[in-house]
Write a protein that binds this ligand. Structure first.
Ligand code: F6P
Ligand code: MG
Length: 454
């Protein structure tokens, strides 16, 4: 299944596809090579050194292919679960295509899979993550926003029993709306766009105070938050379960993940959710996306780490209290980490049902699937030239219309061309008045497709 509008491609000079394919990706790959060179210089074992040197050579070949705009070749069978999905898509649609004339979404994802191949072919470095250092460093520079949230939410949300039932519900609603925004704007700080951020840049992007959120709400160009609240607070939500199953298809590690966990914590303690499933990536993906090690890292660092040497004891204690609670959720399987191979392929979610029936069936069991971030949004909408006033549930194709489709929510700060669900006049006005609006992450969408219970 595919939409009637053409995909963005690298040679479309008017689109962010062009800047990404010709400049951003080579820069990101160059930094990745620097990271491996650094690791190499810390290694003492000869076999591991020669093994890693071969990884660097493969990365240099990839750089040549990328900069020379080579044709896309199949991925070498390294025995990983996503190989059949990749090579089927290449054989079916992209044989003979190159980095610039293949659809941007596919070509960009393909680059990250080729980068993984550089390591999966090795003996000792199969799970090496070239972006791990960057991810950790950026989180350790996010102290202000992290402690603002941790000190507020270390004690779990508890409705004030002195209030009437109605007042309790409206308190819960207010917090739900606030934390939905926290999870949304947490997405503004992905590392692929902000390679050289200063501490102040990070602070600006991460301020989470109430006034700040009230001001940013007007930048949510399509805002279904009221409908999302109606869904999750309805007595029918979750059927017979005590609260619904909520799935979060995650985006970035570090600060965004921390915000998602604050949100997921609230969803559990408020009783809106009975379990939260976090969907991550099986290897380094689009620089900062969450992998299994990133997921464990953050919780363990919160409990045991020394990431914030200048923080007060109260701050550190709040972080530890949260980390311990989250660790319990993981042990009790109320928080579940999953990493299906489909999430690290070039397929869009228009193809999810056909190409990946097991994942489709799993997601149909969910009471709400939340997709975080720009890349997920591009995959939901096929990353094509859909007119801005295309309704969201139409723009996401089968995921919005097939029988059994679950409710789908996108929490996305806008960092690339495709925008749907907003009046054409709004898009036109922004095009005229704020030409960078589609890539600045200053604007956002919170769009809900209600799903099709069968
Ligand atoms: O480079 C393509 C892109 O999807 C951009 O649109 C965005 O800059 C980045 O990758 C990832 O953003 P996110 O982490 O929000 O998916
Ligand atoms: Mg990302």
């Amino acid at each position: 299944a595919h939409p009637p509008w053409p995909s963005y491609r690298g040679y479309h000079e008017y689109s962010f596809a062009h800047a990404t394919m010709s400049h951003r990706l080579p820069t990101i790959l160059g930094k990745a090579i620097e990271d491996v060179v650094k690791t190499l210089s810390d290694e003492y074992d000869e076999e591991r050194i020669t093994d890693l040197t071969a990884c660097i050579e493969r990365m240099e070949d990839l750089m040549e292919d990328l900069q020379g705009n080579s044709k896309l070749r199949p991925i070498i069978d390294d025995g990983e679960g996503d190989i059949p999905l990749w090579n089927k898509e290449i054989a079916k649609y992209f044989r003979g295509k190159d980095f610039m004339n293949a659809p941007w979404l596919f070509a960009e994802a393909y680059k990250y899979r080729r980068l993984h191949e550089c390591f999966s072919m090795s003996k000792h470095w199969k799970s090496y993550d070239v972006f791990f250092r960057q991810k950790c460093e950026t989180f350790s520079r996010s102290g202000d926003a992290v402690f603002e949230l941790s000190t507020r939410f270390a004690e779990p949300f508890l409705a004030d029993s002195k209030l009437s039932e109605e007042e309790q519900l409206s308190a819960k609603k207010l917090l739900f709306l606030e934390l939905t925004q926290v999870a949304l704007w947490g997405n503004a700080t992905d590392l692929s766009l902000l390679i050289d951020m200063t501490e102040d840049d990070i602070k600006n992007l991460q301020s989470t105070g109430g006034d700040h959120l009230a001001a940013t709400e007007k930048n949510i160009l399509h805002n279904n938050m009221p409908e999302v609240w109606d869904l999750v607070s309805s007595p029918k939500f979750g059927g017979d379960k005590n609260g619904g199953r909520i799935d979060i298809v995650m985006d970035n590690a570090g600060f965004e993940l921390f915000c998602d966990m604050i949100y997921a914590d609230f969803l559990l303690v408020s009783g809106l959710a009975s379990e939260v499933r976090f969907h991550g990536k099986r290897f380094a993906w689009f620089v900062s996306d969450v992998t299994a090690p990133d997921f464990s890292w953050i919780v363990n660092q919160m409990i045991h780490g020394h990431l914030f040497p200048n923080a007060s004891e109260t701050d550190i204690a709040s972080l530890r209290q949260l980390g311990l609670r989250w660790q319990t959720y993981i042990k009790e399987k109320r928080w579940i980490y999953q990493a299906h191979p489909f999430w690290v392929t070039g397929w869009t979610y228009w193809d999810l049902k056909n190409e990946c029936p097991d994942l489709w069936i799993d997601l149909c069991e969910s009471d709400l699937v939340i997709f975080k971030g720009d890349l997920n949004h591009r995959k939901l909408t096929y990353d094509c030239h859909a007119p801005p006033d295309t309704p969201f549930d139409v723009a996401i194709g089968p995921l919005g219309s097939e029988p059994g489709a679950p409710p789908v929510l996108t929490l996305r700060t806008i960092k690339s061309d495709v925008v749907v669900g907003i009046p054409a006049s709004v898009a036109q006005k922004l095009d005229e008045e704020d030409s960078g609006w589609r890539i600045s992450a200053k604007y956002a969408v919170v769009s809900l497709s209600p799903g099709h219970a069968d």
